[in-house]
Design a protein around this ligand. Structure first.
Ligand code: NDP
Length: 292
């Protein structure tokens, strides 16, 4: 298991991920593999930082000679506030996940990394249903609409999804029920999987897709029977930001959808971070193998 340091007691190093909790993070293992494959003798640590302490923690890591920091839950907004400058995407979604310490410049690679992972899996500009309206959904919604996807958003708390659309000033429809008929990609950007739950249920009997609050309206969410049996390259894709076989992905697979979990996104956003810090291509395959 990767050792976790408290930021006040962190040793000198090169790169790090900060978060709370951070012990579960696969980033140290993934980045260590990437750096080794690049022939670089540089280290990547996991460092715990409490809410409200991001700015002094960043300053300390900078004074210790660290070059770059990744930011994970729940510090992306706090990190954005601690930057001297940020790129346009990070400014719009109010979240920084990658920091260059030399000049305190922050960027967000979650959105671009997510788009990287869609290549070859769904047609550009297709209809997407995004589940959730938290920090990750914000970055994904912005990236998807900027890239020309036709977006609808469903969240347990509707008002939060409406606020997301309003604040980002994006073209997206907030829906009361997750109708999947014309959708090619369904993204689970909720944290329901972490509680072993799915934000929507895919009824298998009649291939209905229902939300917990849509009982009796299953007609609206019918999946074509061919899709529920055959895994064809043209079938809908269910994408969970969480790693592994989540309840959402298991149910989607049972209903005949293709599935992808959050590991590809972890690699894509991490590879973009390395490329930002080092100015060289990152070895995505080696990074993926390390966390498989
Ligand atoms: P937030 O806490 O900001 O948002 C959580 C969202 O999940 C809200 O929309 C919330 O709805 C919804 N939600 C929570 N529980 C349930 C439930 N039981 N049923 C339905 N909806 C629910 O989280 P983040 O946006 O930061 O992260 C979302 C997930 O994405 C996390 O699990 C995280 O681990 C993962 N992630 C993975 C990444 C990767 O690299 N693979 C990168 C970033 C995130 P409401 O508004 O109603 O409360």
């Amino acid at each position: 298991m990767t050792p976790v340091f408290e930021w006040r007691g962190a040793p000198p190093g090169d790169f790090a991920v900060i978060g709370d909790p951070v012990s579960h993070s696969l980033s140290p293992r993934m980045h260590a593999a990437g750096l080794a494959q690049m022939g670089l003798d540089l280290c990547y640590r996991a460092i715990r930082v409490h809410a409200g302490e991001v700015a002094p923690a960043i300053e300390r890591l900078r004074s210790l000679g660290y070059r770059g920091v990744n930011v994970t839950v729940p510090h992306k907004a706090e990190a954005r506030a601690a930057m001297r400058t940020v790129d346009e995407f990070a400014a719009r979604c109010d979240a920084v996940n990658t920091i260059r310490l030399e000049d305190l410049h922050g960027i967000n690679t979650d959105g671009s990394g997510f788009l990287d992972t869609l290549e070859g899996l769904v047609p550009p500009g297709c209809a997407v249903l995004l589940l959730g309206a938290g920090g990750s959904a914000r970055a994904l919604a912005l990236a998807l609409t900027l890239a020309g996807y036709n977006l609808s958003i469903f969240n347990r708390t509707r008002e939060r999804a409406a606020a997301l659309v309003r604040e980002l000033a994006i073209e997206a429809e907030v829906v009361d029920d997750p109708g999947l008929q014309d959708v090619q990609l369904i993204v689970n950007a909720t944290s329901a999987s972490l509680r072993n739950e799915s934000p929507i249920s895919f009824g298998t009997g009649e291939s209905k897709l229902q939300t917990p609050n849509s009982r009796g309206q299953g007609q609206k969410f019918k999946v074509k029977s061919s899709e529920s049996k055959v895994q064809s390259p043209n079938s809908k894709l269910a994408y969970d930001l969480v790693y592994g076989d989540t309840p959402f992905l298991l149910a989607a697979r049972e209903a005949g959808l293709r599935t992808i979990d959050g590991k590809r996104l972890l690699v894509a956003q991490g590879a973009r971070s390395l490329e930002f810090w080092l100015g060289r291509d990152a070895p995505r395959d080696a990074m993926f193998e390390a966390i498989r």
